[in-house]
Each structure stands twice: as C-alpha cells, then as structure tokens.
Design a protein around this ligand. Structure first.
Ligand code: SF4
Length: 235
C-alpha cells in the first residue's frame, strides 16, 4: 500500500472509532492558547488547565504577567511540571511579543500563510513545531496545522508511517506532508486527535492492545507482537 493510501485508510478507520469530526476542546485566542500550550508540556491536562485558570485569576491581563515578579508567576502556576522553568519562559515570550509587535496580541497570525505563521512563532524562545501547530490549530484561528504529541508519534512509528529514527520535532513536517493538500483545518485537527486518542486508549507505550486494534492488518509492529516478538518502543 502506498503511504498516502495507508494514511487515508488509518484516518478512516480511526475516525469511525473516535467519531470524527471531533469537537475542539479550546476556544482560546492565539496568545492564550500559546500560554496554555507552554503550561501543558509534560503536565496532565487537568493540572495545566487549573494552572492556566489560576494565572488568569491572579493576572487578568497578559501585560501584568510579563511585568510581574517571576516568583509570583511561578507561584500561580505551581501545579504544572517545572514551574520554575515555565514562569520565566512565559514571561520572556510575552516580552518578546510585545517588543516585536507593540501589543500582546497574536490575532495577526490569522492573516499569514500557515508556514509563515509557524515560522514566526518558532522564533520565540522555547517554541517548537508542536507548540506552533497547537497555537494555530487549537486556538480560535482554527488554521490547518498538524501538532504531533508523543502518542501520535508512537502510533505513527508503529504503523510504519514514519521510521523509528525520526524524532517528534522533524516528524511534524513528514506527517503533515502525507495528508491531502486540500484537507481543511477540521480534518487535520481530527487526524491529530484520532492518532493521539489511539495512543492513549489502545496503542499503549508498554503493552499495546493489538488484539482489539482496528489497524492490526496495516501495522508491522502489531503483527510482530502477535507473532511473539515484542512491540518496539519508540526512541
Ligand atoms: S496493532 Fe498494536 S502496535 Fe499497531 S497501532 Fe494497533 S495497538 Fe499499536
């Protein structure tokens, strides 16, 4: 099967399981989505959501966050992983945006081509391809950009969409290029969500549930596992 056919087959099967189109879980403006994405790194959704709310409650304006003592920001987001790193990082990003744009607002990204908007975001300190795609896709901009998280990445490796040696960062462009060029933002969002959900609910890191997986006949790793060979973990 050609890679492009395989992508469509996987998308169709998982969409049937996870019920596409999938509703967007956020309706945040792009700057708020950027902060939310930074807080969510290696943190449970419930904890990063609570930290975002606590930050907004303590500092109603993003300019207040940028100007606050770093210890106060760190205290507000204390429920996330590595608040001591995330607080100064968020402040540095807010200050960089204000210095370049004159205002703390990222709505202008909606008027740029997706590649340009992502490149602009990735010039900010600590912003990589997953965050730039998340800002464009998950925010109210609703742009066609594909984030790849660790679950999505693991399923893509095991099903043979990408080689095991391809790290999460560079996998963004490879996986996005496999999708039809005419797909809209919703379909690209669905593709990320279904691969992520499949990693969370079936293709587990340690013991993937291949016996009940709808992708088994398409999946080299799953077939090896069923033949008695351990399923390879991603790098
Ligand atoms: S067959 Fe197994 S390894 Fe392959 S995607 Fe399904 S659960 Fe993951």
């Amino acid at each position: 099967m050609e890679p492009s056919d395989k992508v469509l087959e996987i998308h169709g099967r998982l969409c049937a399981v996870y019920h596409c189109p999938i509703g967007y879980f956020h309706a945040l403006d792009p700057l708020s989505e950027l902060v939310s994405s930074l807080l969510s790194h290696r943190t449970r959704n419930a904890d990063s959501g609570a930290a975002f709310k606590a930050l907004r409650a303590r500092f109603p304006d993003w300019a207040d966050v940028a100007a606050a003592p770093t210890t106060a920001v760190e205290d507000a987001i204390g429920g996330v992983t590595w608040p001591e790193q995330k607080a100064p990082r968020i402040q540095a990003i807010l200050r960089a945006i204000e210095a370049e744009r004159g205002v703390l607002d990222l709505d202008f990204l909606g008027g740029l081509p997706v590649d340009e908007a992502r490149a602009w975001l990735e010039r900010l300190p600590g912003v990589g391809p997953k965050t730039s795609a998340a800002v464009l896709s998950f925010s109210t901009l609703r742009r066609p950009a594909l984030p790849v998280d660790s679950h999505h990445h693991r399923v893509a490796i095991r099903t043979g969409l990408i080689p095991p040696s391809l790290a999460v960062g560079p996998s963004h462009r490879v996986l996005a290029a496999q999708l039809p060029a005419d797909w809209d933002a919703q379909k690209i969002y669905d593709n990320h969500e279904i691969l992520m959900l499949h990693g969370q609910r079936c293709c587990f890191y340690r013991k993937p549930a291949c016996g009940r997986c709808p992708l088994l006949d398409l999946c080299p790793a799953g077939q090896k596992l069923h033949g008695g060979v351990s399923c390879p973990a991603p790098p």
